[in-house]
Design a protein around this ligand. Structure first.
Ligand SMILES: C[S@@+](CC[C@H](N)C(=O)[O-])C[C@H]1O[C@@H](n2cnc3c(N)ncnc32)[C@H](O)[C@@H]1O
Length: 337
């Protein structure tokens, strides 16, 4: 972790229930973490209607469905949090410099100044910190007399049973949030995360997944705990897509099974689909359920998702792990005493 800054004069926030505005809120995992730590969610903005209805169901009706590129900033808040779209900064993305989604992060400073935010948190993939857009973002904030602090954090270091490396940039007028104080050295495992779940399936808490074809099940049954496509290739070549052999076996993290006694791999938006990663249950012949995915993100069981299976998976995979989110919220709360 690193927190770099030039020294600037400090101001303090005098506020017992600090208010938060959230941009690109998705289903509200980041917002949920702030709400749990006692912050008041004032407003949230998201253009996906289904993600916004998950947000409203769980966190309140203060979410507005809108295209943030066309929305004028409004409201007042001490804290602004934002998770701008990250596909194009991701190592899995195409990294097209002309992709208009790149510029979306640049609306954040306009909002920060308009709402009077003392602290702004921008979450994204780690590579975001190396992008020209991040440089422009930093320049705009520093011109407005904010200090810049950056971290590349693994959710597994903050109590999540999941490896999930993401960048967090804090632009602040009140100093650096003491994030290191909230590290949790003891690793949680997939076994601990799933331990007290009811028997699969259990629709009330969205502990289900989509049924798989008989052909897919033949593959899945051949993958042992911690195994992947290579086990299928060894046991039954005819079940492996020919395209995989053309990669000369380089792609190994597909049709993978999690390990009970380790953290899970990063939960991505496609975790519903075993061909997209290491998303099979450690033991049962199926991908992990939505609730299992949500637990790996540390989402409470009474937080329920709206939409189709694909939409639910996208909301879960897009979210900020609640362990990191809560630690960030608590560290920010420390600055307010
Ligand atoms: C990475 S997700 C945010 C997830 C959120 N931080 C959480 O923890 O649940 C980015 C979100 O930005 C939304 N988005 C993308 N472009 C947008 C736009 N122009 N206006 C509003 N929302 C947009 C996407 O629909 C997506 O839900």
């Amino acid at each position: 972790m690193s927190g770099k800054a030039k020294k600037l004069p400090r101001t303090r926030i005098k506020n017992t229930s600090p208010q938060v505005i959230e941009l690109f809120s998705g289903a509200g995992l980041f917002g949920c973490a702030f709400q749990k730590e006692g912050f008041k969610l004032q407003a949230a903005y998201e253009w996906d209607r289904v993600a916004a209805s998950t947000y409203a169901r769980n966190l309140g009706n203060h979410v507005e469905v809108c295209d943030l590129t066309k929305k004028r900033p409004e409201g007042r808040a001490d804290i602004l949090i934002a998770g701008p779209p990250c596909q194009n900064f991701s190592s899995l993305g195409r990294r097209d410099p002309d992709d208009p989604r790149n510029n979306m992060a640049l609306i954040v400073p306009d909002w920060a100044l308009a709402v009077g935010a003392k602290i702004v948190v921008v979450e994204n993939v780690a590579l975001f910190l190396k992008s020209p857009i991040w440089e422009r973002l930093k320049q705009r904030f520093e011109k407005a007399k904010y200090e810049t602090f950056t971290w590349v954090l693994d959710a597994a270091d903050f109590g999540a049973p999941q490896r999930r490396v993401r960048s967090f940039t804090v632009f602040s007028k009140v100093g650096a949030p003491p994030l290191d104080d909230f590290l949790r050295p003891e690793r949680q495992t997939v076994r601990q995360a799933f331990a007290d779940l009811p028997e699969f399936p259990c629709r009330e808490i969205q502990h289900f997944t989509l049924p798989r074809s008989e052909f897919a099940l033949k593959r899945i049954r051949l993958v042992p705990e911690g195994g992947d496509i290579r086990d299928v290739a060894r046991a039954a070549r005819h079940l492996v897509p020919p395209s995989w052999f053309r990669t000369k076996g380089k792609i190994i993290d597909i049709w993978g099974r999690m390990r009970w006694d380790d953290v899970s791999p990063t939960i991505r938006t496609g975790f519903l689909n075993p061909s997209c990663g290491r998303f099979l249950h450690p033991q049962e012949h199926r991908p992990i359920s939505f609730r299992e995915g949500a637990r790996l993100q540390m989402v409470p069981d009474d937080f329920l998702f709206e939409g189709t299976a694909e939409q639910m998976a996208r909301q879960i995979g897009n979210g900020v792990s609640l362990g990191v989110g809560s630690s960030m919220a608590r560290a920010i709360a420390e600055l307010m005493h």
